[in-house]
Design a protein around this ligand. Sequence first.
Ligand code: ZN
Length: 131
Amino acid sequence: MRITYKQKCSRCKKNFVLVTWKNRFPLCYECQKNDLSGEIKDPEMKKLLNLPEEYYKESSFLRSIKINYLKFGTLSEKQIEFFKKAVQKMKEEREHPKVVQEPIQFESDVSLRSLRKAQKETKAKKSKKVE
Ligand SMILES: [Zn+2]
């Protein structure tokens, strides 16, 4: 499972940034917008980095890779590999959106008890199926 942290943008201190690793200086999309709008000459890189805006809005990782390329004009094989994987994953998530799981809130002990009971029952059903 991917662990995501919600951190406040270290530049504008206003927007929250969703990061997948502990980042001491997370920047939001709005603050990185200018850094992201550079010209890519390499056709192969253009193909790789030319993603719908939403991808960059959503992922600080994708932003960091693109900005890295625009800054240094090159990416390591590992960076390209991770970039492709991240894009692939996001594409899959878009095609098959997961049900957003809201934390279950119990109004009382009773509902908790009934849930446990239900869990036990499904467990029992499952073990029956195995037999
Ligand atoms: Zn910001």
